[in-house]
Design a protein. Structure first.
Ligand code: MEV
Length: 316
């Protein structure tokens, strides 16, 4: 009984926070950084043991509390595959995705584990089911998540996402070069999502109007992505960042990196994910990539990732 699974990181291109309130958002997978899981037979009588290598934790499934997100998805897969939890299994997890930076590390680790278990048990599974199982662990980590992280990570395709409806994968019509700059300030999504909820409850009219404007610009951004229109997409990212500031989820560290990217010639830049730290993304021309990367580093980015969205080859 052996299986392997892996899953990519992700970033939200546009629409974070408003997506929790039913507006559309666009997210893309980042395949350059991944989480992986290996399932193999364990020591006889040892039970199911989880080895979380990056955090140096080794623990028994039986001893994990109901709030443990990895234990939650393992129990769910055992139930769905009708496998008795008395098995002896080692589940080894590792991840290259930075934690609490808006790159979906929790969703990717859970997805890798779910894929590895279904492979080990020889049970067929589709992306929608994986996403549904991982959503349960996301609620333990993030409170009231929209479901966009588990969806884009499970489908590993650019997606147009509206809460409560099936995701729509779509094709980009050109090459879009992105830099992802880690502010180095961890930002648990649960906190910013909770703060936005409290602010929305105090002033629903203002927040609904901000979310409406974000929803409309996300729709225009999808068209820009499909047309391959970098200039338009950059402008929309810019406006989205301004609106996120008004919502109250930016921080000096985000604004500083956004300004640095724009001054160095980026088409657009914005925070991505929960905000107040985490990541900033910048849309750049290939020729400007190095200059913008250096500007982001000088402005304090602790880690940079470069990725390109490319049009998919037509299927034969
Ligand atoms: C987190 O990646 C994106 C947020 O919109 C929260 C969510 O959608 O659950 C901030």
């Amino acid at each position: 009984m052996r299986g392997r699974g892996s899953a990519p990181g992700k970033i939200i291109l546009l629409g974070e926070h408003a997506v929790v309130y039913g507006r559309p958002a666009i997210a893309v997978p980042i395949s350059d950084v991944r989480a992986s899981a290996i399932v193999q037979p364990g020591r006889r009588g040892a039970g199911i043991v989880i080895h979380a290598l990056d955090i140096g934790r080794h623990y028994l499934l039986d001893a994990a509390p109901p709030t443990d997100p990895i234990a939650c998805v393992i129990r769910e897969v055992l139930t769905r595959c009708e496998i008795a939890p008395s098995l002896d299994l080692d589940i080894t997890i590792s991840s290259e995705i930075p934690i609490a930076s808006g790159m979906g590390s929790g969703a990717a680790v859970a997805t890798a584990v779910v894929r590895a278990l279904f492979a080990a048990f020889g049970c067929p599974v589709d992306n929608a089911t994986i996403s549904e199982i991982v959503y349960q662990s996301e609620t333990l980590l993030h409170g009231t998540p929209s479901g966009i992280d588990n969806t884009v990570v499970a489908y590993e395709r650019p997606i147009w996402f509206v809460r409560g409806t099936p995701p729509t994968p779509f094709h980009v019509g050109g090459r879009f070069h992105l830099l992802i700059a880690d502010t180095g300030v961890p930002s648990p999504t649960r906190l910013t999502v909770g703060d936005v909820r409290a602010a929305w409850e105090r002033d629903r009219e203002r927040y609904e109007a901000l979310f409406d404007e974000i929803g409309a610009l996300v729709a225009s951004a999808r068209e820009a992505l499909q047309r391959g229109d970098t200039v338009q997409l950059g402008m929309l990212m810019q406006r989205n960042h301004t609106l996120l500031r008004q919502i109250g989820v930016s921080a000096d560290v985000n604004d500083r990196l956004v300004e640095a990217a724009l001054d160095a010639g980026a088409y657009g830049a914005k925070l991505s994910g929960g905000g107040r730290g985490g990541n900033v993304i910048a849309l750049v021309d290939e020729a400007q990539r190095e200059v913008v990367a250096q500007a982001l580093q000088s402005a304090g980015a602790v880690r940079l990732l470069s990725t390109t969205l490319i049009p998919e080859e037509p299927q034969p």
